[in-house]
Design a protein around this ligand. Structure first.
Ligand code: DGL
Length: 269
């Protein structure tokens, strides 16, 4: 197999990373993709740094058995805690979702007030303020952890009054800070984009880091000379639990028909 034809490995704690896969399929339509969702161990957002590094290393070992040519950490929490550690050990390119999202937000804000909604882990790591301040130290960054939103998305309650009410309570403090740009800093949250958009109104620009991540991925693959420009793509999906449930969810949000999702005993990797 030519290096260009090797798949891109993408992973997340569950279904959230599919929002990134969706963008990769749109923007890099010939790339082959292998996705892993750690559905047995979701959520990541409330777990410790060491645990997330351990999980991420296992997943990378698994993806390497699929001969991936590059890896996308399609999880903000894993990006916050594990990306630098993984980068040091890997001999293939790897990118996360935080920097692309942060850069988009810096370019979007007009009043220099950016809101971040993310998991407890991502918020606690301070990674978004750190990266945003690398580009512009004057920007005020207001963060809010919204842990329940992950469970609601995994439950499939993306269009539900209960979810609307939970989001309303979380977003109240951010709205008081008058942010004009809001980063959906957890890959699960773009699935709640409509509800969040309704709550914050048209005056607030919502940033979905998935879009910029796919752009950055294309640039990276081109630089490395491994971008697959043409040909029919193939997609494989793996999870650590609940394969059928995952397939149903994935089928509802991806623009392609999926082959069945397969189970992986991820702790063996
Ligand atoms: N979707 C992931 C993120 O972007 C993780 C959510 C979770 O498992 O808590 O942070």
């Amino acid at each position: 197999m030519m290096q260009k034809d090797a798949p891109i490995g993408v992973f997340d704690s569950g279904v959230g990373g599919l929002t990134v896969v969706r963008e990769i399929i749109r923007q890099l339509p010939s790339e082959n993709i292998v996705y892993f969702g750690d559905t047995a161990r979701v959520p990541y957002g409330t777990k410790s740094r060491d645990t997330i590094i351990n999980y991420s290393e296992q997943i990378v070992h698994f993806l390497k058995t699929k001969q991936v040519k590059a890896i996308v950490v399609a999880c903000n929490t894993a990006t916050s805690y594990a990306l630098d550690v993984l980068k040091e050990k890997l001999d293939i390119p790897i990118i996360g979702v935080v920097r692309p999202g942060a850069v988009t937000a810096v370019n979007a804000t007009r009043n220099k007030r950016i809101g971040i909604i993310a998991t407890e882990g991502t918020v606690g790591s301070g990674i978004y303020p750190k990266v945003i301040h690398e580009y512009n130290p004057e920007i005020q960054v207001v963060q809010k952890a919204c842990p329940l939103l992950v469970s609601l998305v995994e439950e499939g309650w993306t269009d539900d009054p209960v979810t609307d009410e939970v989001a309303r309570r979380y977003l109240k403090s951010l709205q008081a800070s008058e942010v004009d740009t809001l980063v959906l800093g957890c890959t699960h949250y773009p699935l709640l984009r409509k509800a969040i958009g309704r709550l914050v109104g048209d005056g607030v620009t919502l940033v979905n880091p998935a879009y910029e991540t796919a752009c950055s991925l294309r640039e990276l693959l081109k630089e490395e000379g491994i971008y697959r420009e043409s040909g029919e793509p193939s997609y494989s999906f793996f999870v650590s639990d609940g394969a059928e449930r995952f397939s149903n969810f994935a089928n509802s949000i991806l623009p392609v028909d999926l082959v069945p999702t397969r189970l992986v005993p991820i702790e063996n990797y």
